[in-house]
Design a binder for this molecule. Structure first.
Ligand code: FMN
Length: 202
């Protein structure tokens, strides 16, 4: 059986991005595997606009009753939802920018976190509707925050994934990338090894 992986990259530095290097390492490790099929989405090169009331409104109109403009607006989210559903593993390569995720990646989450599609509200709170998927986060950071109260990024990502029902989440950190050459080399090497192990388990 083929495992389908969706690799999402979100660095503003394109090929110079360290998170891109992590994603590329993942690509290189699965390249020879005929049991893994990879789809790549760069949310910076293909940036989505901020979610606004027109687009939100389009979701709330039944497809048969949408205007031409609403069809176009709803299609943005519909296409990303179809891509998400078509894959088994979500690999999210994420830089830390100003203690959070890139706004381009937030715009992607804003399209797939859609009530009635990927989660629903119940009397007991939200319930995820996306089943049987796992996520791998590849996190590149200038400083060191993992496991501290200053890491508001990982909990945010896990909470957004969890809202959809994706609770099987591994995180690979490459931290301290702006703390000297030695630290950067060590962090990247260790992150590559962690990716190797995760790929072996796929
Ligand atoms: C605009 C900007 C904001 C950043 N903010 C932070 C930050 O808050 N904390 C941190 O540890 N590193 C921060 N950094 C450093 C990045 O996390 C680091 O350069 C990392 O490699 C970014 O991933 P990328 O190379 O894939 O873009 C920032 C970098 C930029 C360009």
């Amino acid at each position: 059986m083929t495992t389908r992986a969706l690799v999402i990259t979100s660095s503003i530095l394109a090929e110079n991005g360290r998170s891109i290097a992590l994603a590329n390492h993942f690509h290189s490790r699965v390249a020879g595997r005929d049991d893994i099929a990879v789809t790549q989405r760069d949310v910076v090169a293909n940036a989505l606009p901020h979610l606004d009331s027109s687009e939100l409104g389009a979701w709330q109109v039944a497809a048969a009753e949408r205007t031409a403009e609403q069809h176009v607006l709803a299609a943005r989210s519909d296409e990303l939802l179809a891509e998400l559903r078509a894959n088994d593993v979500l690999v999210i390569a994420v830089p830390m920018y100003n203690l959070g995720i890139p706004s381009q990646l937030k715009a992607w989450f804003d399209r797939v976190l859609r009530a009635g599609e990927t989660f629903r509200y119940t009397e007991n709170g939200p319930q995820g509707l996306v089943e049987g998927k796992r996520a791998i986060i590849l996190a590149a950071r200038g400083g060191q925050y993992a496991g501290t109260e200053f890491d508001s990024q990982t909990p945010h990502l896990k909470n957004m994934l969890g809202l959809m029902g994706i609770t099987d989440v591994d995180v690979v950190y490459a931290e301290g990338l702006n703390m000297g050459d030695q630290q950067r080399e060590t962090a990247m090497k260790e992150a590559f090894q962690a990716i190797d192990q995760l790929v072996e388990g796929l």
